[in-house]
Write a protein of this length. Structure first.
Length: 429
Protein backbone atom coordinates (compact mmCIF):
# COMPACT_ATOMS: atom_id res chain seq x y z
CA UNK A 1 0.00 0.00 0.00
CA UNK A 2 1.32 3.38 -0.97
CA UNK A 3 1.33 5.97 1.82
CA UNK A 4 1.14 9.66 1.20
CA UNK A 5 0.55 12.64 3.41
CA UNK A 6 -2.91 14.21 3.36
CA UNK A 7 -2.49 17.14 5.73
CA UNK A 8 0.09 19.39 4.18
CA UNK A 9 0.87 23.04 4.12
CA UNK A 10 0.79 23.61 7.88
CA UNK A 11 1.72 27.25 8.21
CA UNK A 12 3.95 27.80 11.22
CA UNK A 13 5.80 30.94 12.17
CA UNK A 14 9.04 29.90 13.88
CA UNK A 15 11.11 32.53 15.65
CA UNK A 16 14.36 32.32 17.58
CA UNK A 17 14.33 30.39 20.80
CA UNK A 18 13.49 32.66 23.71
CA UNK A 19 15.24 32.32 27.05
CA UNK A 20 13.67 29.41 28.89
CA UNK A 21 12.81 29.37 32.54
CA UNK A 22 10.90 26.80 34.46
CA UNK A 23 7.95 28.73 35.86
CA UNK A 24 5.30 30.56 33.84
CA UNK A 25 6.84 34.07 34.16
CA UNK A 26 9.09 34.16 31.09
CA UNK A 27 10.53 36.39 28.43
CA UNK A 28 9.12 39.88 28.57
CA UNK A 29 5.86 38.77 30.18
CA UNK A 30 4.80 40.89 33.12
CA UNK A 31 5.72 39.24 36.41
CA UNK A 32 2.28 40.19 37.69
CA UNK A 33 0.65 38.04 35.00
CA UNK A 34 1.39 34.82 36.91
CA UNK A 35 0.99 33.81 40.51
CA UNK A 36 3.60 31.20 41.40
CA UNK A 37 1.84 30.56 44.72
CA UNK A 38 -1.04 28.84 42.90
CA UNK A 39 -0.36 25.11 43.34
CA UNK A 40 0.28 22.97 40.29
CA UNK A 41 -0.95 19.44 39.81
CA UNK A 42 1.37 16.53 40.71
CA UNK A 43 1.87 15.94 36.99
CA UNK A 44 2.81 19.58 36.34
CA UNK A 45 5.15 19.62 39.34
CA UNK A 46 7.26 16.97 37.61
CA UNK A 47 8.56 19.69 35.31
CA UNK A 48 10.66 20.81 38.25
CA UNK A 49 11.01 17.40 39.90
CA UNK A 50 12.36 15.87 36.70
CA UNK A 51 14.74 18.72 35.83
CA UNK A 52 16.75 18.89 33.69
CA UNK A 53 15.25 16.05 31.60
CA UNK A 54 12.03 17.87 30.54
CA UNK A 55 13.96 21.01 29.68
CA UNK A 56 16.55 19.07 27.67
CA UNK A 57 13.88 17.27 25.66
CA UNK A 58 12.12 20.52 24.79
CA UNK A 59 15.36 22.30 23.97
CA UNK A 60 16.75 19.50 21.80
CA UNK A 61 13.49 19.43 19.80
CA UNK A 62 13.39 23.24 19.70
CA UNK A 63 9.98 23.26 21.39
CA UNK A 64 10.91 25.65 24.20
CA UNK A 65 9.77 28.61 22.15
CA UNK A 66 6.22 27.26 21.89
CA UNK A 67 5.75 27.38 25.66
CA UNK A 68 7.37 30.81 25.85
CA UNK A 69 5.24 32.28 23.07
CA UNK A 70 2.10 30.90 24.68
CA UNK A 71 2.94 32.50 28.02
CA UNK A 72 3.69 35.83 26.31
CA UNK A 73 0.40 35.85 24.40
CA UNK A 74 -1.61 34.78 27.42
CA UNK A 75 -0.26 37.78 29.32
CA UNK A 76 -1.23 40.07 26.45
CA UNK A 77 -4.85 38.83 26.31
CA UNK A 78 -7.00 41.82 27.29
CA UNK A 79 -10.15 39.83 27.98
CA UNK A 80 -11.45 36.27 28.22
CA UNK A 81 -12.32 36.07 24.51
CA UNK A 82 -8.80 37.04 23.49
CA UNK A 83 -7.46 34.47 25.94
CA UNK A 84 -9.64 31.82 24.32
CA UNK A 85 -8.27 32.73 20.89
CA UNK A 86 -4.69 32.64 22.14
CA UNK A 87 -5.21 29.22 23.70
CA UNK A 88 -6.83 27.79 20.59
CA UNK A 89 -4.05 29.21 18.41
CA UNK A 90 -1.17 27.89 20.48
CA UNK A 91 -2.74 24.54 21.37
CA UNK A 92 -3.45 23.80 17.72
CA UNK A 93 -0.01 25.01 16.68
CA UNK A 94 1.67 22.73 19.20
CA UNK A 95 -0.17 19.63 17.96
CA UNK A 96 0.33 20.47 14.29
CA UNK A 97 4.03 21.12 14.82
CA UNK A 98 4.48 17.85 16.73
CA UNK A 99 2.79 15.96 13.88
CA UNK A 100 4.82 17.77 11.20
CA UNK A 101 8.04 17.13 13.08
CA UNK A 102 7.21 13.45 13.63
CA UNK A 103 6.51 12.95 9.93
CA UNK A 104 9.70 14.69 8.82
CA UNK A 105 8.01 17.81 7.47
CA UNK A 106 9.93 20.03 9.88
CA UNK A 107 13.45 18.56 9.85
CA UNK A 108 14.90 21.86 11.07
CA UNK A 109 13.27 21.47 14.50
CA UNK A 110 16.25 20.29 16.52
CA UNK A 111 18.38 17.17 16.44
CA UNK A 112 16.12 14.94 18.53
CA UNK A 113 14.79 11.74 16.92
CA UNK A 114 11.55 12.62 15.14
CA UNK A 115 9.79 9.59 16.67
CA UNK A 116 10.06 11.16 20.13
CA UNK A 117 6.67 11.98 21.68
CA UNK A 118 8.09 13.58 24.84
CA UNK A 119 8.61 17.19 23.66
CA UNK A 120 4.87 17.45 22.97
CA UNK A 121 4.06 16.06 26.41
CA UNK A 122 6.37 18.35 28.38
CA UNK A 123 5.56 21.45 26.36
CA UNK A 124 1.84 20.94 26.96
CA UNK A 125 2.50 20.65 30.70
CA UNK A 126 4.36 23.97 30.64
CA UNK A 127 1.34 25.51 28.95
CA UNK A 128 -1.21 24.07 31.38
CA UNK A 129 1.00 25.18 34.29
CA UNK A 130 1.01 28.70 32.91
CA UNK A 131 -2.74 28.73 32.45
CA UNK A 132 -3.26 27.42 35.98
CA UNK A 133 -1.10 30.21 37.47
CA UNK A 134 -2.28 32.90 35.05
CA UNK A 135 -3.43 36.02 36.90
CA UNK A 136 -4.78 38.68 34.51
CA UNK A 137 -5.99 42.09 35.66
CA UNK A 138 -9.60 41.00 35.12
CA UNK A 139 -11.70 38.35 36.84
CA UNK A 140 -11.61 34.79 35.54
CA UNK A 141 -14.11 32.49 37.23
CA UNK A 142 -13.26 28.93 38.15
CA UNK A 143 -15.64 27.68 35.48
CA UNK A 144 -14.08 29.92 32.83
CA UNK A 145 -10.61 28.70 33.71
CA UNK A 146 -11.79 25.09 33.49
CA UNK A 147 -13.22 25.78 30.03
CA UNK A 148 -9.97 27.41 28.95
CA UNK A 149 -8.01 24.42 30.26
CA UNK A 150 -10.27 22.04 28.36
CA UNK A 151 -9.73 24.04 25.17
CA UNK A 152 -5.98 23.87 25.67
CA UNK A 153 -6.08 20.12 26.27
CA UNK A 154 -8.36 19.36 23.31
CA UNK A 155 -6.49 21.55 20.82
CA UNK A 156 -3.02 20.35 21.85
CA UNK A 157 -4.11 16.69 21.73
CA UNK A 158 -5.46 16.77 18.17
CA UNK A 159 -9.09 16.34 19.22
CA UNK A 160 -10.39 19.60 17.77
CA UNK A 161 -8.38 19.24 14.55
CA UNK A 162 -9.88 15.89 13.51
CA UNK A 163 -10.92 16.57 9.93
CA UNK A 164 -12.08 13.90 7.49
CA UNK A 165 -12.82 14.46 3.82
CA UNK A 166 -16.46 14.23 2.80
CA UNK A 167 -17.74 11.80 0.21
CA UNK A 168 -18.63 8.14 -0.21
CA UNK A 169 -15.48 6.93 -1.95
CA UNK A 170 -13.14 7.13 1.03
CA UNK A 171 -12.50 5.27 4.26
CA UNK A 172 -12.18 7.19 7.52
CA UNK A 173 -10.05 5.75 10.32
CA UNK A 174 -9.89 7.30 13.81
CA UNK A 175 -7.08 6.27 16.17
CA UNK A 176 -5.98 7.37 19.65
CA UNK A 177 -2.69 7.04 21.54
CA UNK A 178 -1.58 7.99 25.04
CA UNK A 179 0.78 10.30 26.91
CA UNK A 180 3.76 8.90 28.81
CA UNK A 181 2.78 7.70 32.29
CA UNK A 182 4.15 6.78 35.71
CA UNK A 183 6.70 9.55 35.44
CA UNK A 184 6.99 9.69 39.21
CA UNK A 185 8.98 6.48 38.78
CA UNK A 186 10.89 7.47 35.63
CA UNK A 187 11.02 11.02 34.24
CA UNK A 188 12.35 9.82 30.89
CA UNK A 189 9.22 7.88 29.97
CA UNK A 190 8.13 7.75 26.36
CA UNK A 191 4.94 6.13 25.08
CA UNK A 192 5.20 4.44 21.66
CA UNK A 193 1.41 4.61 21.25
CA UNK A 194 1.53 8.40 21.42
CA UNK A 195 4.50 8.43 19.05
CA UNK A 196 2.52 6.24 16.64
CA UNK A 197 -0.43 8.64 16.76
CA UNK A 198 1.88 11.46 15.66
CA UNK A 199 3.14 9.34 12.76
CA UNK A 200 -0.40 8.46 11.67
CA UNK A 201 -2.25 11.77 11.92
CA UNK A 202 -3.30 13.05 8.50
CA UNK A 203 -1.96 10.03 6.65
CA UNK A 204 -3.65 8.75 3.52
CA UNK A 205 -3.28 5.06 2.66
CA UNK A 206 -4.31 3.66 -0.72
CA UNK A 207 -6.27 0.46 -0.13
CA UNK A 208 -7.86 -1.91 -2.63
CA UNK A 209 -11.18 -0.09 -2.10
CA UNK A 210 -9.75 3.39 -2.40
CA UNK A 211 -8.06 5.89 -0.11
CA UNK A 212 -8.22 5.59 3.68
CA UNK A 213 -7.69 8.77 5.66
CA UNK A 214 -6.40 8.51 9.23
CA UNK A 215 -6.93 11.03 11.99
CA UNK A 216 -5.54 10.68 15.52
CA UNK A 217 -5.56 12.14 19.01
CA UNK A 218 -3.56 11.47 22.18
CA UNK A 219 -5.21 10.92 25.56
CA UNK A 220 -3.95 11.94 29.00
CA UNK A 221 -3.27 9.31 31.65
CA UNK A 222 -5.63 10.91 34.16
CA UNK A 223 -8.85 9.59 35.62
CA UNK A 224 -10.62 12.96 35.82
CA UNK A 225 -10.31 13.62 32.09
CA UNK A 226 -11.80 10.22 31.27
CA UNK A 227 -14.64 10.73 33.72
CA UNK A 228 -15.36 14.13 32.16
CA UNK A 229 -15.83 12.42 28.79
CA UNK A 230 -12.66 13.02 26.76
CA UNK A 231 -12.88 9.60 25.08
CA UNK A 232 -16.54 10.01 24.17
CA UNK A 233 -15.92 13.59 22.98
CA UNK A 234 -13.18 12.30 20.67
CA UNK A 235 -14.94 9.33 19.11
CA UNK A 236 -18.63 10.13 19.57
CA UNK A 237 -19.04 12.82 16.88
CA UNK A 238 -17.67 10.42 14.26
CA UNK A 239 -19.93 7.53 15.18
CA UNK A 240 -23.12 9.37 14.31
CA UNK A 241 -24.94 9.09 11.00
CA UNK A 242 -23.31 11.96 9.12
CA UNK A 243 -20.76 12.68 6.40
CA UNK A 244 -17.86 12.33 8.86
CA UNK A 245 -18.82 8.86 10.10
CA UNK A 246 -15.77 6.65 10.51
CA UNK A 247 -15.31 3.20 9.01
CA UNK A 248 -13.01 1.93 11.79
CA UNK A 249 -11.78 3.16 15.14
CA UNK A 250 -8.94 1.94 17.30
CA UNK A 251 -7.52 2.90 20.67
CA UNK A 252 -3.82 2.15 21.18
CA UNK A 253 -1.64 2.08 24.28
CA UNK A 254 1.63 0.67 25.57
CA UNK A 255 1.38 -2.91 26.74
CA UNK A 256 3.64 -5.81 27.62
CA UNK A 257 7.18 -6.60 26.54
CA UNK A 258 7.83 -7.39 22.87
CA UNK A 259 4.31 -8.29 21.80
CA UNK A 260 1.49 -6.57 19.92
CA UNK A 261 -1.77 -7.63 21.56
CA UNK A 262 -5.19 -7.07 20.01
CA UNK A 263 -7.35 -7.12 23.12
CA UNK A 264 -10.35 -9.41 22.87
CA UNK A 265 -12.44 -7.83 25.60
CA UNK A 266 -12.61 -4.60 27.58
CA UNK A 267 -14.01 -4.76 31.10
CA UNK A 268 -16.27 -2.40 33.05
CA UNK A 269 -13.92 -1.85 35.98
CA UNK A 270 -10.99 0.47 36.53
CA UNK A 271 -8.07 0.48 38.95
CA UNK A 272 -4.67 2.09 39.26
CA UNK A 273 -2.88 5.39 39.84
CA UNK A 274 -2.96 8.11 37.16
CA UNK A 275 -0.42 10.80 36.38
CA UNK A 276 -1.98 13.09 39.01
CA UNK A 277 -1.52 10.35 41.63
CA UNK A 278 -5.27 9.81 41.95
CA UNK A 279 -6.36 6.20 42.16
CA UNK A 280 -9.54 4.31 41.34
CA UNK A 281 -11.03 0.91 42.09
CA UNK A 282 -14.65 0.83 40.98
CA UNK A 283 -17.09 0.39 38.12
CA UNK A 284 -16.33 2.68 35.16
CA UNK A 285 -18.86 5.55 35.36
CA UNK A 286 -21.00 6.70 32.45
CA UNK A 287 -20.50 9.88 30.41
CA UNK A 288 -23.52 12.11 30.98
CA UNK A 289 -23.31 13.99 27.67
CA UNK A 290 -23.37 10.86 25.52
CA UNK A 291 -25.95 8.18 24.85
CA UNK A 292 -25.14 4.95 26.67
CA UNK A 293 -26.37 1.42 25.90
CA UNK A 294 -29.67 0.66 27.59
CA UNK A 295 -27.96 -2.13 29.50
CA UNK A 296 -24.36 -1.30 30.35
CA UNK A 297 -22.17 -4.24 29.27
CA UNK A 298 -19.72 -5.85 31.70
CA UNK A 299 -17.44 -6.75 28.81
CA UNK A 300 -17.24 -5.44 25.26
CA UNK A 301 -15.65 -7.67 22.61
CA UNK A 302 -13.39 -6.31 19.90
CA UNK A 303 -14.76 -6.01 16.39
CA UNK A 304 -11.43 -5.08 14.84
CA UNK A 305 -10.34 -7.19 11.82
CA UNK A 306 -7.81 -9.03 13.97
CA UNK A 307 -7.41 -11.98 11.59
CA UNK A 308 -6.29 -9.62 8.82
CA UNK A 309 -4.04 -7.69 11.20
CA UNK A 310 -2.34 -10.90 12.31
CA UNK A 311 -2.12 -12.20 8.74
CA UNK A 312 -0.29 -9.02 7.66
CA UNK A 313 2.85 -10.58 9.20
CA UNK A 314 4.23 -7.31 10.51
CA UNK A 315 7.53 -7.22 12.38
CA UNK A 316 9.45 -7.32 14.64
CA UNK A 317 7.02 -8.32 17.41
CA UNK A 318 4.49 -11.18 17.32
CA UNK A 319 0.84 -10.14 16.93
CA UNK A 320 -1.90 -12.00 18.74
CA UNK A 321 -5.46 -11.67 19.97
CA UNK A 322 -5.58 -11.77 23.76
CA UNK A 323 -8.79 -13.18 25.26
CA UNK A 324 -7.74 -13.17 28.91
CA UNK A 325 -10.28 -11.72 31.34
CA UNK A 326 -10.70 -11.52 35.09
CA UNK A 327 -14.23 -11.78 36.46
CA UNK A 328 -16.38 -12.20 39.52
CA UNK A 329 -18.75 -15.14 39.34
CA UNK A 330 -20.45 -14.84 42.75
CA UNK A 331 -23.55 -12.61 43.19
CA UNK A 332 -21.84 -10.69 46.02
CA UNK A 333 -18.96 -10.18 43.65
CA UNK A 334 -17.07 -7.41 45.40
CA UNK A 335 -16.64 -9.52 48.53
CA UNK A 336 -15.30 -12.54 46.66
CA UNK A 337 -12.02 -13.35 44.89
CA UNK A 338 -12.09 -12.92 41.13
CA UNK A 339 -10.98 -15.51 38.60
CA UNK A 340 -8.71 -14.98 35.58
CA UNK A 341 -8.55 -17.15 32.47
CA UNK A 342 -8.05 -16.82 28.71
CA UNK A 343 -11.44 -18.09 27.59
CA UNK A 344 -13.34 -14.82 27.41
CA UNK A 345 -16.08 -13.74 29.84
CA UNK A 346 -18.55 -16.13 31.44
CA UNK A 347 -22.21 -15.33 30.88
CA UNK A 348 -23.60 -13.34 33.81
CA UNK A 349 -20.21 -12.55 35.36
CA UNK A 350 -19.02 -9.15 36.56
CA UNK A 351 -15.92 -7.63 35.00
CA UNK A 352 -12.74 -7.13 37.00
CA UNK A 353 -10.23 -6.90 34.14
CA UNK A 354 -10.30 -6.96 30.38
CA UNK A 355 -7.55 -8.47 28.28
CA UNK A 356 -5.56 -5.28 28.71
CA UNK A 357 -6.06 -5.10 32.47
CA UNK A 358 -8.14 -2.46 34.26
CA UNK A 359 -6.10 0.68 33.71
CA UNK A 360 -6.82 3.58 31.35
CA UNK A 361 -5.92 1.57 28.25
CA UNK A 362 -8.73 -0.88 29.00
CA UNK A 363 -10.96 2.08 29.77
CA UNK A 364 -10.21 3.77 26.44
CA UNK A 365 -11.44 0.65 24.64
CA UNK A 366 -14.45 0.27 26.92
CA UNK A 367 -15.56 3.90 26.71
CA UNK A 368 -15.06 4.31 22.95
CA UNK A 369 -16.96 1.11 22.19
CA UNK A 370 -19.62 1.76 24.81
CA UNK A 371 -20.52 5.03 23.09
CA UNK A 372 -20.32 3.24 19.73
CA UNK A 373 -22.94 0.77 20.95
CA UNK A 374 -24.96 3.54 22.59
CA UNK A 375 -25.16 5.38 19.27
CA UNK A 376 -26.13 2.20 17.43
CA UNK A 377 -22.96 2.11 15.31
CA UNK A 378 -22.81 -1.68 15.36
CA UNK A 379 -21.31 -1.90 11.88
CA UNK A 380 -18.20 0.14 12.74
CA UNK A 381 -15.22 -2.01 13.80
CA UNK A 382 -13.67 -0.95 17.08
CA UNK A 383 -11.16 -2.24 19.60
CA UNK A 384 -7.79 -1.82 21.24
CA UNK A 385 -4.17 -2.55 20.34
CA UNK A 386 -1.53 -2.86 23.04
CA UNK A 387 1.91 -2.22 21.53
CA UNK A 388 5.26 -3.41 22.83
CA UNK A 389 6.50 -1.55 25.90
CA UNK A 390 9.46 0.77 25.40
CA UNK A 391 12.81 -0.67 26.47
CA UNK A 392 16.46 0.42 26.74
CA UNK A 393 16.14 3.31 29.15
CA UNK A 394 19.80 4.18 29.82
CA UNK A 395 21.29 3.10 33.15
CA UNK A 396 22.74 6.58 33.49
CA UNK A 397 19.70 8.59 34.58
CA UNK A 398 21.18 11.82 33.20
CA UNK A 399 20.88 10.41 29.66
CA UNK A 400 17.41 10.32 28.13
CA UNK A 401 18.10 8.68 24.77
CA UNK A 402 20.50 6.23 23.12
CA UNK A 403 20.67 4.48 19.75
CA UNK A 404 19.23 1.29 21.29
CA UNK A 405 16.32 3.26 22.79
CA UNK A 406 15.67 5.07 19.50
CA UNK A 407 15.80 1.95 17.35
CA UNK A 408 13.48 0.00 19.65
CA UNK A 409 10.86 2.76 19.63
CA UNK A 410 11.12 3.28 15.88
CA UNK A 411 10.62 -0.44 15.22
CA UNK A 412 7.60 -0.59 17.51
CA UNK A 413 6.02 2.56 16.08
CA UNK A 414 6.60 1.49 12.47
CA UNK A 415 4.95 -1.86 13.19
CA UNK A 416 2.03 -0.06 14.82
CA UNK A 417 1.57 2.03 11.68
CA UNK A 418 1.62 -1.16 9.60
CA UNK A 419 -1.03 -2.78 11.80
CA UNK A 420 -3.31 0.25 11.55
CA UNK A 421 -2.76 0.17 7.78
CA UNK A 422 -3.74 -3.51 7.71
CA UNK A 423 -6.91 -2.73 9.66
CA UNK A 424 -7.69 0.14 7.27
CA UNK A 425 -7.26 -2.20 4.30
CA UNK A 426 -9.71 -4.67 5.85
CA UNK A 427 -12.33 -2.08 6.83
CA UNK A 428 -15.38 -1.86 4.61
CA UNK A 429 -16.60 1.46 3.26
Amino acid sequence: MKKTNWKWGIALLLIGVLPFVLMPTVGSAKSSCYDSDVPLTPEEQRIEDGAPIPQQLMSDAEFTEFADEFKEDLCKAKNIKKAQKAIEKHGTKLWNTAVARAQGEKPNLGDLDRYDDRPLYWTRLHMTSALRQWKPDYTVSEKEREELMKKLEYTSRGITSIDFPKGTGVKRILVSGFDPYRLEQEFRRSNPSGAAALQLDGKMILTNEGPAFIQTANFPVRWDDFEEGIVEDTFGPYLKENKNRVDLMMTISQGGPRVMAIEGFAGRWHTGVGNNLEDRSEVIPTANDWKMPEKLPEFIETTLPYDEMIAAQTEPWPVKRNDEVCEWLAPEYRDQPYECHDGGPTEGSKARKGGGGSYLSNESMYRSNRVRIGLGAYDIPGGHLHVAAQEYYPDDTTIYITDEFTNFRRNTVDQTVELVSAAAEAAEK
